[in-house]
Design a protein around this ligand. Structure first.
Ligand code: ADP
Ligand code: MG
Length: 373
């Protein structure tokens, strides 16, 4: 904040997130199980008397400035500033008064890697503006508002998982979220106590046609739900899968449905194991989730499959792509003292295939969005 010449009124931190299991289930009204990362975005904020918003990010040379006109309707601020303007717009659209503010953003969440730097930015800005303005907005209602900023103002059609994760997660726990009801359960996930670690491999693979493929998967799921006469694929129970598949024509749509229905069940099974403290035993479910994304939903790429195979061969209990697909990250459940060896195995496999060297992060469930002391 020193660049604006005055100290900030406060600082707010919001984490990135990784999804342990439950991929492409959120927009099917299903289940997800993300947890917050130690990587985070910090916003330093102070009131600005002219009622406008001035925003700087360490990641950009150009500060963004906007006023009431630009947040009167979606789309008027573009680029990274849209995530901030979107939050202001969504707050105002929900009837809240948002004071003008100066915001300075720093982050160590990698951008565009599938660890949700976008939700971290939205959540940190939202927390700052709500506190500065004295707005009464309970945590349960914040994810939808941040999601509206991203869906409607920025124009990115994402589900509710990212914002719910970064706003509602708890340290030492994964967040079992029912995307239909938004009911949450904090499920114990104390990796350190179990001598385990989650190794996150950022594949650094270029996102190939990710937006179009996401939209087409989403459309297939909606079409299948309509053909099956249900509100969403979440309403097809695992026990009724074969019967549902028999009512659909075409191999591709059947495989799409099979992924979503079996993935919802894998989330439920993972939650059961975690409630019983059996963290190691979730490994096969993670690996099965990966196979389903690779073979049935067809959203993986060679870099991602290579990371999963190398991690498993090096002794991971389970490994899977995490995030929307076509690039992004893989997570592997490993013994804590094996994480370096598994990372080395992935690096070696990448070199052998001529891929960009991957990046690694160790993930343990961190706190959700909060004001810093
Ligand atoms: P992901 O959420 O997986 O990181 P997205 O494409 O959803 O990827 O969001 C990334 C975008 O969010 C960036 O391109 C940028 O516009 C914006 N963004 C996120 N964090 C920051 C930041 N610290 N500073 C500026 N822009 C950011
Ligand atoms: Mg995002």
């Amino acid at each position: 904040m020193h660049r604006y010449g005055e100290p900030p009124a406060g600082r707010w931190a919001a984490p990135g997130r990784v999804n342990l299991i439950g991929e492409h289930t959120d927009y099917n009204d299903g289940f997800v199980l993300p947890f917050a990362l130690p990587l985070r975005t910090v916003v330093a904020a102070a009131p600005q008397d002219d009622g406008r918003w001035t925003v700087g990010s360490e990641l950009s040379d150009c500060p963004v400035e906007f006023g009431a006109d630009e947040v009167a309707a979606p789309g008027r601020v573009t680029g990274w500033g849209a995530y901030v303007a979107g939050v202001v717009w969504a707050l105002r659209d929900a009837g809240h008064h948002v004071p003008g503010a100066r915001l300075a953003i720093a982050s160590d969440v990698p951008l565009g890697s599938g660890l949700s730097s976008s939700a971290a930015l939205e959540a940190a800005v939202l927390a700052a503006l709500v506190d500065l303005g004295g707005v009464d907005l309970p945590a349960e209602r914040r994810p939808r508002l941040a999601q509206r900023a991203e869906n409607t103002y920025v124009g990115a059609p994402t589900g509710i998982m990212d914002q719910a994760a970064v706003i509602r997660c708890r340290a030492g726990h994964a967040l079992f979220l029912d995307c239909r009801t938004e009911a949450v359960e904090h499920v114990p996930f104390d990796l350190a106590a179990a001598g385990l670690a989650v190794l996150v491999v950022d594949s650094r693979a270029p996102h190939r046609h990710a937006d179009g493929e996401y939209a087409s998967r989403r459309a297939s799921c909606e079409q299948a739900a309509e053909l099956l006469g249900v509100a969403a694929l979440r309403d097809v129970p695992a026990a009724g899968l074969d019967e549902a598949l028999a009512r659909l024509d075409g191999d591709e749509i059947r495989r799409r449905v099979r992924h979503v229905v079996t993935e919802d069940q894998r989330v439920l099974d993972t939650v059961e194991l975690l409630r019983a403290g059996r963290i190691r035993d979730i490994g096969p479910l993670l690996t099965a989730s990966h196979a389903s994304m690779r073979d049935d939903f067809e959203i993986t790429v060679p870099e991602i499959d290579t990371a999963v195979e190398a991690a498993l061969a090096a002794g991971a209990y389970g490994a899977r792509m995490t995030g929307g697909g076509f690039g992004g990250c893989v997570l592997a459940l490993v013994d804590a003292d094996r994480s370096d060896a598994v990372a080395d195995a992935v690096t070696t496999a990448y070199a052998g295939r001529g891929f960009h060297a991957p990046n690694f992060h160790l993930a343990a469930p961190a706190p959700a969005t909060h004001r810093l002391p």
